[in-house]
Design a protein around this ligand. Sequence first.
Ligand code: GUN
Ligand code: FE
Length: 456
Amino acid sequence: LTQTTMQRNLRIRGNFVQTPELGDLGILRDHLLVTDDKGVIVIFEPASSQSELTSCFTLPRGQFIMPTFVDTHLHAPQFLYQGNGLHLPLMQWLDEYAFRAEERLDGDPQLARKVYAQLARRLIQFGTSTVLLFGTIKEETNLILADAMKTAGLRAFVGKLSMDMLSKPSYIEPSADASIRAAQSFAEKCMAMNSSSHPHEHLLEPVLTPRFVPTCSDELLSGLGGLAAQHNLKIQSHLAEALDQVDFVRKQRGAEDIDIFDQYGLLTPRTVQAHCTFLNAPSLTRLSNRGTAIAHCPLSNSYFSAEPFPLREALDAGVKVGLGTDIAGGYALDIMNAMRHAVSVSRIREGNHQVAEREQQEETKQSLAINWIEALYLATKGGAQALGLKTGAFTIGAPFDAQQIQLLDSEGNGVGALDFFDLEDGGLTMEMIEKWWCVGERGNRIGIYDEIITSR
Ligand code: GUN
Ligand code: FE
């Protein structure tokens, strides 16, 4: 899976699965998909409508092709200590684990190269082709990160971390001014790393990344807002994440972090804010009006946030929502885990709501629970929209970012943990996809991108 061997001039015949709209599962049986010499989809139609089918690669029975996953929130340096220290509250965990791991990579380029190359390999194994990354403070380490992602052929949005306050003296930027200049310098170097001007081959994009309000001065936030407007740059940060963080900002700034971000022009249609757990209805409406997206990180919320994220309310308010792993606030890199956690957390919310309703005799509203099909949308199309991409579903003119899933082997037996299927006519059913969504694993993924061609 490299940029230079990206899939071009493909002709694939078989079953395709996608969620082009929230709640809408498309099972497109026996379709033909054709890409041009840039890897962009030019034909996607029922095979029966095509007269010329001889030169196709035909998917074996028991397999389908679906869009790859999008991870809208991941701290690349924290991959180093994924799965450790989760007994602490957020603000303490940041001090004792997060800053330490980041500082370590900033001081050891060889280790950074190793950690980031392994992160890229793992993302590919888990079917994630597109990722919005937090990096570290130092430019050199972020260029290593960008290079590792580019070499692996991932679509990566890379954020050089900005913070000029409230960190340890050895891991902080010296002034707001220096921080703003460093953010601009990294953005220029990262953009220059794209070797082609074609959007499908334009895999790297820099992102302005004020860590969160507690570690960023007003001067820094204001400068980054100006930079974003001037150069049309993407922005990412953490918003209303955790109880201790929200309290901290009220004490430190006498304000809500959403108002501070808004004041400095950091809530734009190019912004992705992680978590947003503690936003009320008017704040969700404000994000929707600004076109700002949310990276929903359900596993991380369960550990650090004290409350679940109001996902249904955000979707109803028209906010763009994608899923994030929040490595290492969340310990799991596989977006399939994020999808499953999003559904379980939302079901508990709905259950709690029903209990409260029984006591108060309230009117029944739309369910707060989301289902697996809605979760699949968030992990693919939802995430792509949060990042302003055309990917996430197969449409004419979109880059073909795809993964190949195998449910049955050539003898018709379930692959991996998929033991028993209720097979009616031998064709692909919604129940088979649902079962894969629940208990499928890495072994069911037999290729992404160009591996689809080479596995012929
Ligand atoms: N808020 C500020 N920095 C971080 C971080 O590294 N992880 C999480 N989960 N929240 C943050
Ligand atoms: Fe985070």
